[in-house]
Design a protein around this ligand. Structure first.
Ligand SMILES: [Zn+2]
Ligand SMILES: [Zn+2]
Length: 393
């Protein structure tokens, strides 16, 4: 197997930037990082810019016209190719609220493609996201399929435990504790999300094993606070608990549309770069023209609009997931949060890798890890992408 040497770009390492460095790749893995450039031996001369670890998306539904819930291999491949163009080299295929058979169709395809070379981002597994949401906190997901976790149903999903990396549940639902415990027993990580749980309910859920919270600030707490206005004292909900508990990691949709800069600053200040991941929450309208799209499966999905660089409900006001890639998230977070480039890159690489349990092989430019690499120009736009040392963009 040939040895490749990449040089003449600033290397973004987990804790610093190496201005003039060189990395060596063999059999798809990083074997060496050297401080000095040796142009004579460079097989890939990057001619400036930054070399950063491949981005990892914990929460992504679609792109380039396809949604994972379409439930076909072709749809999965299309989404993975689209996100690779934005620097994503590994992702969790994320479900939406849908019917039982649609989840099973999704899980079958996910299992068959997991870990495979796809000419795009590698599917490291599924983020089982919905249908176990709080009805009032469902956002753009269809109301008729939102439901409570019942073993007779979710045991069919847990039969795919080998392909499930994370699962989301609203902790206030009846059956949530048993669902979380069943997931944790099978090595599946649990998130709280689309929930109006109280602070106390979230604290209990941490006891069951919940460790991550989906899209901070979005689809959480508002209803709970309203309901409690009738009495006093004012109570905390999922949002406050996420900020408070160090046991909980979380994520922000850093597309510049979901959250104003002060919320990105707040999330970074409280959670820090090691507990905060950037996600796209992208729907099928990524890299597509403005217009009408279906969020989720082609059959039974919710009608949404792509407009103004984001997904919107037909009312044109409420948000309905993202249409930008993780490259946009990096630029948005850097401009908004006050975090350094090293920290922002960590929020799209090592931090999500740790949250998903992938850090042994992924998430940083370090000897022994996979050569999943992104070459960015000075403006942090994606120039080239390698997955396992193989150039895909
Ligand atoms: Zn959501
Ligand atoms: Zn989502």
């Amino acid at each position: 197997m040939t040895v490749q040497r990449f040089s003449h770009a600033r290397l973004v390492l987990p804790d610093r930037i190496l201005d003039s460095g060189c990395i060596e790749i063999e059999n798809g893995r990083i074997t060496r990082i050297e401080a000095a450039n040796d142009s004579a031996e460079a097989t890939v001369d990057l001619q400036g810019g930054y070399l950063v670890p491949g981005f990892i998306d914990l929460h992504v539904h679609g792109g380039d016209g396809a949604d994972f819930m379409d439930g076909t291999e072709e749809a999965f491949r299309t989404v993975c190719r689209a996100h690779a163009r934005h620097g994503t080299t590994a992702l969790l295929a994320t479900t939406t609220v849908a019917r039982h058979e649609q989840h099973l169709a999704f899980l079958r395809v996910c299992r068959s493609l997991k870990g495979q070379e796809l000419d795009g981002a590698i599917i490291v597994g599924a983020h089982f996201y919905g249908p176990y949401f709080g009805r009032e906190a469902r956002g753009c997901h269809p109301a008729e399929s939102v439901r409570e976790p019942i073993p007779a149903e979710y045991n069919d999903y847990l039969a795919f435990a080998d392909s499930l990396v994370t699962a989301t549940v609203a902790p206030e639902l009846p059956g949530a504790e048993a669902f979380v415990r069943a997931c944790v027993a099978r090595g599946i990580r649990c998130n709280a999300g689309h929930s109006h749980a109280t602070f106390e309910q979230v604290e209990q859920a941490i006891g069951w094993g919940v460790r991550h919270v989906d899209h901070l600030f979005c689809a959480m707490s508002d209803r709970a606070r309203l309901r409690q206005q009738q009495t006093y004292p004012m109570r905390g909900g999922l949002l406050e608990a996420t900020l408070y508990f160090d046991e909980l990691t979380t994520e922000v949709i850093a597309d510049g549309k979901h959250l104003a800069p002060e919320l990105l600053r707040l999330a970074y200040k409280i959670k820090g770069a090691d507990r905060l991941a950037l996600v796209t929450d992208a729907n099928r309208a990524l890299d597509m023209p403005d217009g009408e799209y279906l969020f989720g499966p082609r059959e039974g999905g919710e009608l949404i609009l792509r407009r103004d660089g984001v997904g919107l409900m037909p009312d044109g006001r409420s948000l309905a997931s993202g249409v930008e890639g993780l490259d946009t998230a990096v630029r948005t977070m850097l401009a908004a949060s006050g975090a350094s480039l090293v920290e922002v890159v960590r929020m799209v690489s090592l931090t999500p890798a740790r949250i998903a349990g992938l850090q042994r092989d992924r998430g940083s430019i370090e000897p022994g890890k996979r050569a999943d690499l992104v070459h960015l120009d000075e403006q942090l736009r994606v120039r080239q992408v390698w997955i396992g040392g193989r150039k895909v963009v």
